[in-house]
Design a protein around this ligand. Structure first.
Ligand SMILES: [Zn+2]
Length: 259
């Protein structure tokens, strides 16, 4: 067991060590400096596209994190796609590792209430509790305090608008809904999203269902082939969202084909 572990450890080190030796052998006068490989800083991520010009689409995933979220993160990473995750607070508290991983992969973390309550019908006290507890769970796991809320069921109210305004949170609804929670057919979900997608749109999906997660590779590949670029919700609006206001899509822009 120990031998295997040590061999595994050595073999993971080998590529770096080999590269360092090669670099040293190639150098004309290997001084003490060329003995050690220089640390390569991570290149900064490219700036997000200007969605008033580019054909942007925001994929959003609600109700997680769940077991299937890990599979989704792998799919998004393999295609270098960034998305927005509206987390249910009690699920975030149960799976802080997945919250952390989602944030580390560059996705946007957002609030979907603590117990998935109907916030449009809730009292001020309930709203504040639902939002604050979710923010705390997400912050405890990732260090990030979300500034976006998706009210469960899309149910909102004047009261919710007032509370979110005071809490500095914008409300995010959607443009495209394939009803993936009801229709658990991967091909149907994929067809509906591709058909309904439009520049500046926000797509509502649920990563708690494997049938949805498995539709994502085709959705991304087919829409990318049509020229879409995938952005987070904050990126879609250029980082300028007004607290309390409701957002369903980015409405104007030369790149969006509107007259
Ligand atoms: Zn939901």
């Amino acid at each position: 067991m120990l031998v295997a572990a040590v061999c595994g450890w050595l073999s993971t080190l080998a590529p770096d060590g080999g590269a360092a030796r090669l670099a040293a052998a190639k150098g004309k006068a290997p001084g003490p400096k060329s003995e050690a490989p220089e640390p390569k800083p991570e290149p900064p991520p490219p700036p997000p596209p200007d969605c008033t010009q580019a054909k942007c689409l925001a994929l959003t995933f609600d109700d997680g994190p769940a077991e299937s979220t890990g599979e989704l993160l792998d799919i998004l990473a393999s295609r270098n796609v960034k998305a927005t995750f509206f987390l249910v607070g009690e699920n975030a508290a149960k799976r802080p590792d997945l919250v952390r991983r989602t944030h580390a992969a560059g996705h946007e973390l957002a609030d979907h209430g603590y117990t998935h309550a109907d916030l449009g019908r809730a009292s001020k006290k309930t709203i504040v509790s639902e939002l604050t507890r979710t923010q705390d769970a997400i912050r405890n796991a990732s260090g990030v305090t979300p500034v976006l809320l998706r009210p469960p069921y899309g149910s909102t109210s004047e009261r919710l608008a007032r509370v979110t305004r005071r809490m500095g949170m914008a409300q995010v609804l959607w443009t495209v809904d394939p009803f993936d929670w009801r229709n658990r057919d991967t091909d149907d979900i994929e067809r509906r999203v591709v058909k309904q997608a439009k520049p500046g749109g926000i797509v509502l999906l649920h990563d708690i269902h494997r049938t949805t997660v498995r539709a994502v590779p085709e959705i991304v590949d087919r829409l990318a082939a049509k020229g879409y670029v995938f952005v987070t919700v904050s990126e879609l609006f250029g980082g300028k969202l007004t607290p309390g206001k409701e957002y369903r899509e980015l409405e104007s822009g030369a790149g969006q084909g509107h007259p």
